[in-house]
Write a protein of this length. Structure first.
Lengths: 345, 616
């Protein structure tokens, strides 16, 4: 099958996946009694039973489930995802999500860049110096990253780089938010603060936004670079054992050329997959990191929505996350075939 | 910390910034610094409101009040404060009909509606058309009448002794600039620079659109205006009103001239981050949950003598003090399944079950262990400081107390001689055989709002103790504890599909009647949810209303005593705690005032505060 045929086939399957996810999510949100009351965001303790009943009825929550799903699909296809509750100022759910998603993109991208920039060389060094001190050190870093609770690590970073640096008279990093309190309002092109700062030519705004993303992205990256490091190491070790590598060495090529020109490309393929899926996963929002650093992304937002029982937001969030994961998988699979000509679908 | 910026970090975010839409404690805290009312409070005096935007108030009779208005005051948009603006504001509140944008009962307009023709309004069971004809009917009640440029008359159909307190209310009592509101809510109602009030009201009735919900606003007369709103991060910034009129002569703190120029409300969900910001000088005031207070306070001092001493340089504390908020566990009867069929097992129709549950937890210890005295165990409905004075009864003794021996005896009795009948909600007896209160194999689930750690502890302890008793005595009964979101709790409770749930009442305005109706009237919120229906209570609530209308505070007190004692002795409500207010602020803040009438008093009145070196 040619690659474009493969893409078309996967895209068609994507629709079925989304329908399936929507059915499951809708049933879980509205079909199970007493679980996730869709009327919850519209209710308060000052209401009498009649008023509560009328409020829920006005939103269609007493209709048969299949009818509710039909109306929901109809509304979604016309761009109406419903309104969030008072916890999000009653705004349209799509508006709430769309305003926060760019922040998650910025954080996810930053974390992936750190993971790749640190994890890749560390993995390569580990493999090339297998069982030597640098390999052991890399293993310690990797395992520490995987084992450390994100909440604790984030707080430690805040404590050191915000609070103690301040106490010691050192320039400190911001501990929360995406920009400083009192930052000027700029034209929003992408919703991503660093990018918008640059596009506005406001270098101090962009720099301020960059400083704010440092600690949360390191927190996120630390957890994932361990996995990436170990994967690159394993992959490199496997490739370095191949006959063509032995041949390259026997031809007298320098180790540097052997590693970077011959081995690395093949060793990177699994890492590419992981990095792609990591980014897709982070786009769903890093709940704990966003909460600790008060990062206005969709991760922390989704927690609030669940605690408030807001099924409208949860359904949008779940569908978008499913879409991201499926598309990311498709892109990774396509890139896999591009990078490795041996791959055929 | 900036010299001119007060940074306030909270774990909640604002919902609406329109004083006639918002109905949330956090929003109130913002509104009270931006909008003003005809009457308000003289600093720390909680007893009697004083004329504020009004220069005087005359009670012609209990149904008629005339307000003279101060002259020379302008709204933040530069337009004049006058009688037209006052009546516009009250009419708008009535016509919004508490119906938008979030639904009936979700804004405070009902507090004004209760004073006039309630048959017109959604909150009182009507189904108004919200048509222009309906608007005409509302306006025809003449709740507010313009007598002259600086004189209005308020006409009540339901007099109340709480009228001055209601007029001093944040939200429903706020006076707004008509031109600013109309220009932003419904610009089409403005023609040749003149606003058409009728067209505006016709548009607003049942409409649901108001631009004041999320936008910066200059519609008030207050010492601060809303200069910045970020609906993504929930940041709200107030800046000092340079043309503020200065407040009334004789105000306790003198002429009001805001020294702090900017107030920045930030939503920071993680308490650890908030604490770090306070310690690092990044925040001026932060909210800290009770279980975390010793990250700032000295635990040693609290353990030694129960005092709250800051152990953090640069941080001081204010409080605790009264906050009109009572929490209790509510027992449902006539419980049905979600198809509406009456369950055969109705445990809390039996007083023995109610008392057994209430006796099975050490509420005092539980409240103290989690709140360190920042909540008080409750002995009945009305918290300390409730008006009229004397409403709170410190000697009231509930029928329950922590007593596991008693709890066991009650449970065994209830299971071995189960209740066979009780009354339906309409008073008729349930036929024999419909109810089977045998315990074997039954589960009683106790619901509460997720994140409420105090209730969780109380109910978890009670459940654990009762489950032990049940196991030891082979009763076959199981108690479980179920946390759910608030909205889910209210829908399940209001449809009486759960046996019991935590409930709470934060008063809207400090007057006993604000409790008696919702708590004890058969058509009030909680009895209608729990399916209680007692002639005695209805009679007493009616008596309270009559006493209130005639200014008979002795009669009000007699009724509240009768109601509270009835609830206590029959264990209709398991009262658990009164919440108290406590604040953590920078030592550089001066003149932080407390007034229990600010509902709630989580937020200060910034206009009289200042920054300066800490007092030694």
């Amino acid at each position: 099958m040619r690659i474009y045929e493969y893409i078309i086939r996967r895209s068609v399957l994507l629709v079925f996946v989304l329908v399936g996810v929507s059915l499951i999510t809708f049933y879980l949100s509205r079909g199970i009694p007493s679980a996730f009351n869709p009327c919850a965001p519209y209710i308060n303790p000052k209401m009498t039973p009649e008023v509560i009943h009328n409020t829920c009825a006005s939103h269609g929550f007493y209709q048969p489930l299949y009818l509710q799903y039909f109306y929901w699909i109809r509304d979604v296809l016309s761009g109406n995802w419903g309104s969030a509750g008072t916890w999000a100022n009653g705004q349209p759910v799509y508006t709430v999500f769309a305003s926060r998603f760019p922040y998650t993109v910025e954080l996810a991208l930053s974390a992936v860049i750190i993971s790749v920039v640190v994890g890749l060389p560390l993995g390569i060094l580990s493999a090339v110096h297998n069982n030597k001190p640098i390999d052991h050190a890399s293993r310690i870093v990797a395992l520490t990253g995987i084992s450390t609770p994100v909440y604790w690590f984030g707080f430690v970073l805040q404590l050191i780089f915000f609070y103690y640096f301040l106490q010691w008279g050192l320039p400190n990093l911001p501990n929360q938010g995406a920009v400083s309190v009192g930052a000027p309002t700029i034209q929003s092109y992408t919703g991503i603060p660093i990018l918008d700062g640059l596009l506005n030519g406001n270098w101090s705004f962009a720099w301020d936004a960059f400083l704010h993303v440092i600690l949360p992205s390191i927190t996120l990256a630390f957890a994932s670079l361990g996995a990436l490091t170990r994967l690159v190491r394993a992959s490199m070790l496997e490739v370095l054992k191949q006959d063509y590598i032995t041949l390259a060495r026997s031809k007298g090529l320098s180790e540097r050329v052997v590693v970077f020109r011959h081995a690395l490309r093949n060793a990177l393929i699994p890492a590419l997959t992981v990095a792609g899926l990591l980014f897709a996963g982070l786009l769903g929002g890093a709940v704990i990191t966003e909460t600790v650093f008060n990062w206005p992304g969709v991760g922390s937002l989704s927690v609030t929505a669940v605690l408030q029982g807001d099924s409208n937001f949860v359904m949008l969030y779940t569908l978008v996350t499913a879409l991201i994961v499926v598309v990311a998988n498709l892109i990774v699979d396509v890139l896999y075939a591009v990078v490795d000509p041996r791959i055929r679908y | 910390m900036s010299d001119n910026t007060y940074v306030l970090e909270e774990g909640a975010n604002f919902q609406y910034l329109d004083p006639q839409i918002e109905y949330f404690a956090y929003d109130n805290g913002i509104m009270l610094n931006v909008y003003e009312s005809l009457l308000w409070w003289n600093g720390t005096n909680t007893a009697t409101p004083i004329p504020w935007l009004a220069s005087n108030m005359t009670e012609v009779n209990p149904s008629t009040y005339v307000f003279g208005l101060r002259q020379g005051i302008t709204f933040q948009d530069g337009t004049p404060f006058n009688a037209t603006a006052v009546c516009f504001s009250f009419d708008r509140d009535l016509i919004l009909d508490a119906a938008q944008p979030t639904g009936v009962g979700t804004s405070s307009g009902w507090i004004i509606e209760q004073l006039t023709n309630t048959s017109l309004f959604s909150f009182y069971g009507a189904s108004p058309s919200h048509s222009p004809a309906w608007v005409d009917q509302v306006l025809a009640t003449h709740f507010c009448q313009v007598l002259s440029t600086y004189k209005v008359q308020i006409n009540l159909q339901h007099p109340t002794g709480a009228f001055p307190i209601i007029m001093a209310g944040v939200g429903w009592g706020s006076i707004l600039s008509p031109s600013f509101v109309i220009a932003h809510d419904d610009p089409a109602a403005i023609s040749n620079g003149v606003a058409n009030f009728t067209a505006y009201f016709d548009h607003q009735a049942g409409n649901g659109t108001t631009y004041l919900t999320l936008h910066p606003g200059m519609a008030g007369t207050g010492p601060y205006e809303i200069s910045y709103v970020n609906p993504t991060t929930y940041e709200v910034k107030l800046t000092a009103n340079p043309n503020y009129w200065g407040g009334p002569p004789g105000y306790q703190f003198g002429r009001i001239n805001p020294s702090i120029k900017t107030i920045d409300f930030l939503y920071v969900s993680d308490p650890t981050t908030r604490i770090l910001d306070l310690k690092g000088g990044k925040a001026t005031q932060v909210a800290i949950p009770s279980p975390d207070i010793f990250s700032v306070l000295s635990q040693a001092d609290y353990n030694a003598n129960g005092s709250y001493i800051s152990a953090t340089p640069g941080v001081t504390t204010i409080g605790p003090h009264v906050y009109y908020n009572t929490g209790w566990f509510e027992f449902n009867i006539n419980v049905t399944n979600n198809a509406g069929k009456l369950l055969t097992f109705q445990p809390f129709a039996d007083k023995r079950f109610r008392l057994a549950l209430s006796d099975a937890a050490n509420v005092t210890a539980d409240v103290d262990s989690l709140t360190y005295g920042l909540d008080e165990p409750a002995n009945w409905m009305f918290p300390p400081g409730t008006l009229p004075s004397g409403t709170y009864n410190p000697t009231a003794t509930p029928s329950w107390s922590y007593n596991l021996t008693q709890a066991e005896a009650l449970l065994k009795s209830a299971c071995s001689n189960p209740l066979t009948t009780f009354n339906f909600y309409n008073g008729t007896k349930i036929p024999a055989g419909v109810i089977n209160n045998s315990c074997s194999g039954q589960t009683i689930s106790l619901y509460y709002q997720n994140s409420d750690v105090v209730t969780e502890k109380i109910l978890t302890e009670a459940s654990a103790n009762l489950n032990q008793i049940s196991a030891a005595d082979n009763l076959g009964l199981t108690f479980t504890v179920v946390p759910v979101p608030a909205g889910t709790l209210y829908t399940l409770a209001s449809e009486h599909q759960i046996y019991g749930y935590w409930a709470g009442w934060l008063d809207d305005y400090n007057w006993a009647i604000d409790w008696t109706g919702p708590m004890f009237s058969s058509t009030g919120t909680y009895p209608s949810w729990s399916q209680w229906n007692f002639t005695l209570w209805n009679n007493l609530v009616g008596q309270a209303a009559k006493a209130d209308q005639t200014g008979n505070t002795t009669g009000i007190l007699a009724v509240t005593n009768a109601l509270g004692n009835s609830a206590n002795q029959a264990d209709w409500f398991w009262f658990q705690e009164y919440a108290l207010d406590f604040h953590f602020i920078s030592t550089w803040v001066h003149n932080w005032t407390y007034n229990a009438e600010y509902v709630p008093d989580q937020f200060p009145y910034f206009a009289i505060m200042s920054f300066g070196p800490p007092s030694s």
